[in-house]
Ligand binder design. Structure first.
Ligand code: MG
Length: 377
């Protein structure tokens, strides 16, 4: 069949000649023939399908290098790659949406908690247990007046790594932080926690490179909870009887679930389900994945409601106890101290294969209404 000139092919594919030249140079669509003398490009009519696919993928915003990979696959493989690409876009967008939502709220209403909102207070409890199999406890759990944290250390020096990370955040426990400063303060604290983990090993010169820790923590501002999260410890919210996981596991299997390559059921029993893709590591690799913000941890803000109940836990709980059972305990045991102890008992009742840590924070009305110009004591 006769080859098409670049002008004819451009009109048929709705791609510009300039774009076609670029796609030739970068690989996703090379011409069927290039005239050695004139340099003119010629395309086969059957290349139109490929050209249209490239155009559609460009409209999705997919980078050319990734388009080249998609074009090399068969239909099912290409579909998987597009699904994985879009899952990543949606995850990135969700993080930015949270930030935008916080900024809209902050800019439109000023300092939260100063405009007639009901005053809230928090009741809390924390417990950490070695479990029935491990020889030592590498978890750290903490609950103070404003800060709630769980860290799950791993590898050589995991225990001091987790403790060091939480110790850094504990310095924020007594401070009242203005809403506008909250994200910056937390981002700096997580970076400092990462440095503390790298300096937490033996010899004072940094932990062994195979160690590190997860870190899931909430900072209470008086009307909002700011959430910091890296790794596979979890935060859950019990609200109106429903239990919602409000952190996203930074694990290999979760990323495969996000990309549609594994079902949640397959992930739960996957032999590599504990493999982390992000953590505060002694070697600093977790932070190296950081984007423009410089921090690999997720930072989120939540408007709280009276009667919200938050649970932070290490995977020693979430990996062994069904989420329905966790919801049942949180819904039926009102005292936070009793509830964390019940959860640890249940984890150990499942064999206690890992260290288990639980922190509960209950949001209650304090009975005092905050009015402008007056801070709650
Ligand atoms: Mg663990």
């Amino acid at each position: 069949m006769a080859l098409l000139t670049i002008g004819v092919f451009a009109r048929a594919s709705r791609l510009s000649p300039k774009a076609l030249r670029l796609y030739d140079e970068l690989g996703p669509l090379t011409p069927a023939r290039v005239d050695k003398v004139t340099g003119y490009r010629f395309y086969a009519p059957e290349q139109l399908d490929r050209a249209r696919l490239v155009a559609w993928l460009r409209r999705l915003g997919m980078p050319l290098a990734r388009i080249r990979q998609v074009c090399a696959l068969d239909g099912a493989g290409a579909a998987r790659e597009v699904r994985a690409y879009w899952a990543q876009i949606e995850a990135d967008t969700a993080v930015r949406r949270d930030l935008a939502s916080f900024l809209v709220g902050h800019l439109s209403r000023g300092e939260p908690g100063t405009s007639g909102a009901p005053a809230l207070e928090i009741r809390y409890a924390a417990v950490s247990d070695t479990g029935l199999v491990r020889e030592s406890n590498q978890d750290t759990a903490y609950a103070g007046g404003r800060l709630f944290a769980v860290a799950d250390g791993f590898g050589t020096g995991g225990a001091p790594a987790g403790a060091a990370a939480v110790d850094v955040l504990k310095r924020l426990d007594g401070d009242r932080i203005a809403a506008g400063d909250l994200l910056n303060v937390l981002a700096e604290a997580v970076e400092e926690a990462g440095r503390a983990v790298r300096g937490s090993g033996p010899e004072g010169g940094g932990a062994r490179r195979d160690g590190g820790t997860t870190l899931t923590a909430m900072l209470w501002t008086g009307s909002q909870l700011a959430l910091v999260h890296i790794g596979d410890s979890r935060a859950y919210l019990l609200r109106d009887g429903g239990l919602f996981q409000i952190t996203h596991d930074h694990t290999l299997v979760q990323s495969l679930v996000d990309e549609g390559r594994l079902t949640p059921e397959e992930a739960a029993s996957h032999p590599q389900r504990a493999m982390l893709v992000k953590a505060l590591t002694a070697g600093g690799e977790g932070e190296a994945e950081a984007g423009a913000g410089g921090v690999a941890a997720d930072l989120r803000l939540h408007d709280v409601l009276p009667d919200d109940r938050y649970l932070l836990c290490s995977d020693g709980l979430s990996a062994v106890l069904a989420v329905g059972r966790i919801r049942q305990v949180l819904g039926e045991v009102p005292d936070p101290e009793d509830a964390v102890r019940e959860l640890v008992l249940l984890a150990n009742g499942c064999g206690g294969p890992d260290n288990v840590s639980c922190v509960i924070a209950d949001v209650r009305r304090s009975g005092v209404c905050i009015t402008p110009g007056r801070e709650r004591a």
